[in-house]
Design a protein around this ligand. Structure first.
Ligand code: RIB
Length: 307
């Protein structure tokens, strides 16, 4: 089968991960259990997820001209991702994420650094790359105007776009119109839609504002999607032993994008993405636990046998 072409336009970070028995309160010091560095960044993570699931992946982004930047580019090359359009910039450091993991759950502070050097001009120069993609995958760790420019170019050429609206911001209507699929978690859904109070909790109604577009992830509950007729479907989460949830959303997005690029329906793509993200949390680090296509296929078969 011909590989689908996915272009990921997004962030590349080094993750600085501390495991702690307890997240410190303001002004408090606690002793952590362990510290490690891992390749990360929502863009790079999603690129790795797509590549492991069999897609031909082009990464567009910026790293600093520094040790982290070189290490990250080298690592992504070993994942067979085309890195010709990842530019090292001299005056800004590579993006980092300071991640605290407690009992498998994480909290993250991102310092975008070089990721914010990915300008509208740089993306506009890659119109041909976007035009010849089967799907474009975007997140919000690069400037919003760059995301908008990429979505506009893809829309102009009829190339579908998956937008993972993380970290959450209120999204301009024009961007919401241009993207084909949006994949918030429940908090991001409320923020992107500008909903507050009770309205923010009614995620079914919020999803129905964007029929056929929204797939909402909800942690261990799996994912909900809204079909073009406004009906809401649910793909339940899979029970696994959780080590680290960092990168679960990125695995979900990568898997969803690959399946949609292969022409699968929203229901089928969501089912596959839920299975892939469940597998990803069973190992430490954002990218280390991302499964291959065979692993996801076997996992789905096992699940079906056990029903
Ligand atoms: O989604 C997880 C990612 O968010 C981490 O790898 C970190 O780099 C932040 O971008």
């Amino acid at each position: 089968m011909k590989k689908s072409k996915v272009t990921v336009i997004g962030s590349i970070n080094m993750d600085l991960v501390t495991e702690t028995p307890r997240v410190p309160a303001i002004g408090e010091t606690v002793l952590g259990r362990n510290f490690s560095t891992f390749p990360g960044g929502k863009g790079a993570n999603q690129a790795v997820a797509c590549a492991r699931l069999g897609a031909e992946v082009t990464m567009v982004g910026c790293v600093g001209d520094d040790g982290f930047g070189r290490e990250l580019v080298h690592y992504l090359l070993t994942e067979h991702i085309l890195m010709d359009y990842v530019e090292p910039v001299t005056h800004t450091a590579t993006g980092i994420a300071s991640i605290t993991v407690q009992d498998g759950d994480n909290s993250i502070v991102v310092v975008p650094g070089a990721n914010h050097e990915l300008t509208v001009k740089k993306v506009a120069a890659l119109e041909t790359i976007i035009q010849h993609s089967d799907i474009v995958l975007l997140q919000l760790e690069i400037p919003l105007e760059t995301v908008e420019a990429a979505a506009n170019i893809a829309h102009k050429h009829g190339v579908p776009v998956v937008l993972n609206p993380a970290p959450a911001v209120r999204l301009p209507e024009n961007l919401l119109d241009k993207v084909s699929f949006i994949t918030p978690n429940e908090h991001e859904l409320a923020i992107m839609a500008g909903a507050e109070g009770e309205q923010a909790e009614d995620y079914c109604s919020l999803m129905q504002r964007y029929p056929g577009k929204v797939v909402m992830t909800k942690g261990s509950e799996g994912a909900y999607y809204v079909l073009p007729d406004g009906s809401v479907g649910h793909e339940p989460g899979r029970k696994v032993e959780v080590m680290d949830t960092t990168g679960a959303g990125d695995t979900f997005n990568g898997a969803l994008a690959v399946m949609l690029a292969e022409g699968k329906s929203l229901e089928e793509a969501t089912k596959y993405a839920v299975a892939a993200s469940a597998l990803s949390v069973t190992r430490f680090g954002a990218q280390s636990g991302m499964p291959t296509k065979d692993q996801v296929d076997n996992f789905i078969q096992q699940m079906e046998r056990s029903i």
